[in-house]
Design a protein around this ligand. Structure first.
Ligand code: ADE
Ligand code: ZN
Length: 326
């Protein structure tokens, strides 16, 4: 069995995937045309050519522009179905999808439109491929706490359909502390909590996410390597890190995959998972992330198995339902 086949055959969970980040330029253009939305690029080719990022913000500017093509319930459904088809091909048995409601409600798209389309795709993915899934509402951290609370208010009538909350968008200058009260309220509501931290931001943001937001997983977290005490804590507490290697290279967190610290984190005893983040923008879905990382860092098959197992253990599926995968 070659490495690609081995990776595909590993039952795995994807725990860090922004559904808006799976919008391929072809679908972006088709939806924009159908919906009468003007895009800043003239063609699919010009769009792909613009995916040359210098940092997180340079990506986010394009990502929010592309998301403007999504208007109707069926758009969100088509988007998520296309993702699930790719995930199934890559051996994903469970996916926890991030979605950014504020990106859509700010343009006049109703919260329910987004949720209905995504949820219908989740149900269809289970029927068609047996993939289980969860939806995680992400708050945009460049917006205010007040805006976050207003979004939570919109989510409340549908709260049973949402499994957790996360924190994404521009990290630098928007520390987790800004959302301490919002996350406390979300925890009171029984929601799972995660946050992006230590992607571009300092290790102190990871500490804040753990201590102030009480997150159950850290999204990215690669800058933890700069703080020995934090590394030791993450290993001791077995806090899962949802690492996205191709994303980190595309956003210049590491100059190339060979320089990524994933193996160092794994060797330090951290509970590492591999994920795709925004695969339409970063050059690969989860399988490609496993494969290229394994090649660049010379990960053994035992290490890849460990990482896939970590992803199942770190998911928000109760242990009793997880058993058949392990
Ligand atoms: N939103 C979508 N992708 C993101 C990333 N990698 N970091 C922060 N916010 C995001
Ligand atoms: Zn992300």
């Amino acid at each position: 069995m070659d490495l690609a086949q081995f990776v595909r055959a590993l039952p795995k969970a994807e725990l860090h995937l922004h559904i808006e980040g799976s919008l391929e330029p072809e679908m972006m253009f088709a939806l924009a045309q159908r919906n009468g939305v003007a895009l800043p690029w003239g063609s699919v080719e010009a769009t792909r050519a613009a995916y040359d990022f210098s940092d997180l913000q340079s990506f986010l500017d394009l990502y929010y522009a592309g998301a403007a093509a999504l208007i109707h319930e069926r758009d969100f459904h088509e988007l998520a179905m296309a993702y699930f088809a790719r995930a199934h091909d890559d051996g994903v048995v469970h996916a926890e999808l991030f979605f950014d409601p504020q990106t859509h409600t700010a343009r006049g798209v109703a919260f329910e439109t987004v949720l209905d389309g995504l949820e219908r795709a989740c149900e269809e993915a289970r029927e068609r491929w047996g993939i289980s899934s969860r939806l995680i509402l992400c708050f945009l951290r460049h917006l205010s706490e007040e805006d976050g609370f207003a979004t939570l208010e919109q989510a409340l009538p549908h709260i049973a359909r949402i499994h957790g909350v996360g924190l994404d968008s521009s990290e630098q200058g928007h520390p987790p502390a800004k959302f301490e009260r919002l996350f406390a309220r979300c925890r009171e509501l029984g929601l799972h909590v995660v946050a992006h931290a230590g992607e571009e931001g300092p290790p102190a943001y990871i500490v804040e996410a753990l201590d102030l937001l009480r997150v159950e997983r850290i999204d990215h977290g690669v800058r933890a390597a700069e703080d020995a005490a934090l590394l030791e804590r993450l290993a001791r507490e077995q806090v899962p890190l949802t690492v996205c290697p191709l994303s980190n290279v595309k956003l210049c967190v590491f100059p190339r995959l060979e320089a990524h610290n994933l193996k160092q984190l794994l060797d330090a005893g951290l509970k590492i998972t591999i994920n795709s983040d925004d695969p339409a923008y970063f050059g690969g879905y989860i399988g490609q992330n496993y494969l290229e990382t394994a090649q660049a860092l010379q990960l053994s098959r035992a290490e890849l198995k460990r990482i896939a197992r970590n992803s199942l253990e770190a998911s928000f599926v109760p242990e009793s339902l997880r058993a058949p995968w392990l």
